[in-house]
Design a protein around this ligand. Structure first.
Ligand code: DQA
Length: 144
């Protein structure tokens, strides 16, 4: 069975409550349940942390065995050399994901320290982006 991991960074535990006009009204737990139904053939895992080191530990833990990682490093995207280094250090391909369109927002969100270490980048498509990223990993697994 193919394994795909979602890692969400700081404040994404407040999805559904936090700035709903930017991030929507659904909690990630609700959305994750629907993802598990949609992709029942995939061994899907979800991890969220507000702590930089925990995100790095998780990348190390799964980064040599998982078939694909979807990383929404949230605010750390724009600041964390250490998470970017972890993405570069592991073997599993990583897709960087943002729920909002970071390029339509403040200038400090236009920079990503990890995008260059990722296979690709999805942003601005809401939670739908996670489905598209999973589908990408499934399709590229079939073709390899
Ligand atoms: C985010 C965008 C980041 O700039 C922000 O700090 C977040 C969420 C997104 O999913 O749109 O916390 O990664």
């Amino acid at each position: 069975m193919m394994r795909i991991d979602i890692i969400n960074g700081p404040n994404l535990n407040l999805l559904g409550i936090r700035e709903p006009e930017v991030y929507g009204v659904k909690t990630f737990e609700e959305y994750f349940s629907s993802l598990k139904v949609l992709f029942s053939e995939i061994d899907l895992h979800y991890f969220q942390s507000n702590l930089e080191g925990e995100i790095i530990n998780r990348l190390h833990e799964i980064g040599f065995s998982s078939d694909g990682i979807i990383l929404n490093a949230a605010g750390y995207t724009h600041t964390s050399v250490a998470i970017a280094d972890a993405v570069a250090a592991i073997r599993t391909p990583v897709i960087e994901l943002h729920i909002s369109n970071v390029f339509a927002r403040e200038e400090f969100r236009h920079q990503s320290l990890m995008a260059s270490k990722c296979v690709g980048l999805i942003g601005g498509l809401g939670l739908k982006g996670y489905e598209l990223a999973i589908q990408y990993f499934i399709d590229s697994n079939k073709n390899s």
